[in-house]
Design a protein around this ligand. Sequence first.
Ligand code: ATP
Ligand code: MG
Ligand code: MG
Length: 383
Amino acid sequence: MADKRKVGVLGGGQLGRMLIEAANRLNIQVNVLDAANSPAKQISAHNGHIEGSFKDAAKVKELAQKCDVVTVEIEHVDTQMLEEVAGQVTVEPSWKTLRTIKDKYAQKQHLKQYGVDVAESIDLEGKGAEGLKEVGTKYGYPYMLKSKTEAYDGKGNFVVKSEGDIEAAIKALGGRPLYAEKWADFSMELAVMVVKTKDGVLSFPTVETVHEDSICKLTYTPPRNVSSTTSHRAQDLAKKAIAAFEGKGVFGVEMFLLKDDSLLINEIAPRPHNSGHYTIEACPISQYDAHLRAILDIPIKPFQLRLKEPAIMLNILGASTADSDKKVAQFALENSDASIHLYGKGDSRPGRKMGHLTITRPTLREAEQAIQPLVDFVDEQKG
Ligand code: ATP
Ligand code: MG
Ligand code: MG
């Protein structure tokens, strides 16, 4: 292919790495801004990468000068600099979208304005213990205290179970910009990867996500015991949410399915997402292929986003010992036909995403049976 356009990515973690796997197949050069030897750089040998932090404005500018389109694998970026460089280079999705989404409270306010159902929330900035008490009176307990920014894998969340927890909550999250969310008494968490192209909004299938200690552990596609009507409603809600933002690319939309069968948006990620890893094996094009195509205006057709075969994805997380993730990978290699993805990260830490694996089968039931020994092995590693 004669596509000479260069893509720049802020961040070189596992999402950037899998984006490069997709780009490599199309012979498209991706320039990564991150530390030397970051996971994405390890699989991409050319001299267009930039060494440094994706939070460093001067480095972002340097990256922009070397690329045709700049995108992100993480939302915690300097949107001021992206706004500045947007005059010289295409930024996808738009820096405005990134600015709104990187603040989880602003994100929710924005969605509400567009008539999208989101978890109810209250701004707490600068309010201290009194503010937290007022939330307890209004929402009851438990409720969720959240940092507006720099949150991932539940780091930035605190469950306030009673008034007695307020001091500990402030101790844990004090100093960060805070808001509170009404407790969502969900029966299940769902997610949908949405693709925004120059022509419109498309979506991958609905996924069930299972979190443990606020970190995604498993995804099931299709969701277990969920009607196709509900799955379609989730896709429609996710598409409505993403239509409210400017720019192109894939977006991960996390949702709560409440016990009365209603759906609420939990949060949005303006980039490829953990809940979309299954698309690599289970769909004709993956979320990474789709992101690349969307930001480069390469056509995408709805049938390319269909589920070819039910799939279960299991994250390989750092656990109690430094080599537990390697043991999981080894066990899966020897005892299953899972597709195994290791991210090339250095140190393993408890809860750190070190890799993932995906099993597909003609039915979800068969996939559940096939993955059970691996889930059991992972659980044994927790110690
Ligand atoms: P991510 O790694 O997905 O970016 P995060 O740190 O931004 O995570 P959230 O998605 O806000 O965190 O919350 C993590 C998990 O905590 C959710 O997936 C859900 O299981 C639980 N949770 C979050 N908000 C609520 C809520 N309002 N009520 C009940 N549970 C919640
Ligand atoms: Mg988040
Ligand atoms: Mg989340």
